[in-house]
Design a protein around this ligand. Structure first.
Ligand code: PMP
Length: 415
């Protein structure tokens, strides 16, 4: 393979981009690290690490409160991320961008604020069989409080949603639809636009879990016309502890706050409290300021490459990996949808995923093993879990070749 791969059509030198990720430049267990667990968390480029350090070293103060310069400076830097996120996903207004601690928090916010206000006994919430637990359990919790029940869109053996079953599930009882955009366990890209349009014909709001979509492709919330959209900073070159909930302004205005405390109020008395305007109504307490600023720099970094270029490079790497892995005897890919993004889940004949993952780790190769927080997916395929290689634009063909060699070695080890 060509180590200094430059994409001729875009003039992007992918090896130069890779070199900006300090974590990748190290040995693990005496071997050069091959990091293929980007679906769990992506790495941060040096500019993001530096930006967070700069904040902690020179700029730290609490936001939204102080009249002093340092606090105002911190507030400006922290708030600047909101506009960057708005542009990234093409939201109409900055007030539609709610800061959360991640996808899980974003979904819990909607389940609690929207669900507790509007759901009642006999109502139904539609999710799919390939949801991450973060898009199942919050709805079950609110269901226990309100009497609403989950209905599930099944998937076929390729790991694609059975859309005709979705249309059958839609009924007078359906009060909400919440679906995953790109499956973290299978890589399937779901037809979320079709789902949103069908739900809207019945005036049913839709939340899309975009944790695995925003880092890998251009997402446009206005084009999708989604009501809510959730994602996490740490999967898109940003830090942990920070995430986004996009919501349409009129819907966010119609639901109560999720958490109470500082920042989210207008006026507090012991008799009655009124709420702050959007987006602060949903942002109680001191937030993870450094992480918010870091996400802003992460978005700048992604934009400097271009989301279309990122998507194209990752598609190239996924195609390369799929071709190479498919040739390995005894390897079965789980999730063979026609529309797939940067995740390849697989099994090795007669070798438990955890055992294989342990040997790969000894070879310096980081892959995920287990149920990937999607136990219903594993139940569907009647398997305990999979090995999962999740690819980012900063991976290269050499990483894939090392994975292939590592798998061959693992097979020999257990033979
Ligand atoms: N949804 C999907 C599709 C995910 O991949 C993840 C993270 N694995 C989550 C939700 C949860 O994200 P977080 O842990 O950042 O809240």
């Amino acid at each position: 393979m060509n180590q200094s791969k430059t994409d001729i059509s875009t003039n992007i030198n992918w090896e130069e981009i890779r070199a900006q990720f300090p974590v990748l430049n190290q040995e693990v267990n005496g071997k050069r690290l091959v990091y293929l667990d980007n679906g769990a968390s992506s790495q941060m480029p040096q500019v993001v690490v530096d930006r967070i350090n700069k904040y902690h070293s020179h700029e730290h103060a609490n936001v939204h409160r102080g009249i002093h310069s340092l606090s105002q400076h911190a507030t400006d830097a922290y708030e600047a991320t909101r506009e960057k996120v708005r542009r990234l996903i093409n939201a109409r207004y900055q007030e539609e961008i709610i800061y959360t601690t991640g996808t899980t928090d974003s979904i819990n916010l909607v389940a609690n604020s929207y669900g507790r206000k509007f759901f009642k006994e006999g109502d139904e919430i539609i999710v799919s069989e390939m949801e991450h637990h973060a898009n199942i359990v919050p709805w079950q919790l609110v269901g226990e409080q309100t009497g609403a029940k989950l209905r599930v869109i099944p998937m076929n053996e390729n790991g694609e949603l059975e859309m005709e079953r979705f249309y059958e599930l839609l009924s007078e009882k359906t009060k909400f639809v919440s679906v995953i955009h790109v499956s973290n366990a299978l890589g399937t890209i779901n037809p979320v636009k079709e789902i949103i349009d069908a739900a809207h014909e019945r005036n049913i709001p839709v939340l899309v879990d975009g944790a695995q979509a925003v880092p890998h492709s251009k997402v446009d919330v206005q084009e999708l016309d989604t009501d809510f959209y959730a994602f996490s900073a740490h999967k898109m070159c940003g830090p942990t502890g920070f995430g986004i909930l996009y919501g349409k302004k009129e819907l966010l205005d119609s639901i109560p706050p999720y958490r109470g405390g500082g920042d989210m109020i207008d006026k507090v008395t012991f008799q009655k409290t009124t709420w702050n305007d959007l987006p602060h109504k949903f942002e109680a307490g001191t937030p993870p300021i450094a992480a918010g600023i870091g996400l802003g720099t992460g978005i700048d970094f992604l934009n400097s490459i271009g989301m279309e270029n990122i998507a194209a490079r990752e598609a190239e790497l996924v195609a390369y990996a799929t071709k190479k892995l498919s040739k390995i005897e005894g390897l079965r890919i789980v999730g063979t949808s026609h529309e797939k993004a940067s995740v390849i889940s697989f099994l090795l004949d007669g070798i438990h995923p955890t055992d294989a993952g342990t040997i790969l780790d000894k070879e310096g190769i980081a892959v995920r093993t287990g149920h990937h927080c999607a136990q219903p997916v594993m139940d569907h395929f009647n398997i305990p879990g999979t090995l999962r290689a999740s690819i980012s634009f900063y991976n290269n063909e050499d990483d894939i070749d090392r994975l292939v060699d590592g798998i061959e070695y693992t097979k020999e080890f257990f033979a």
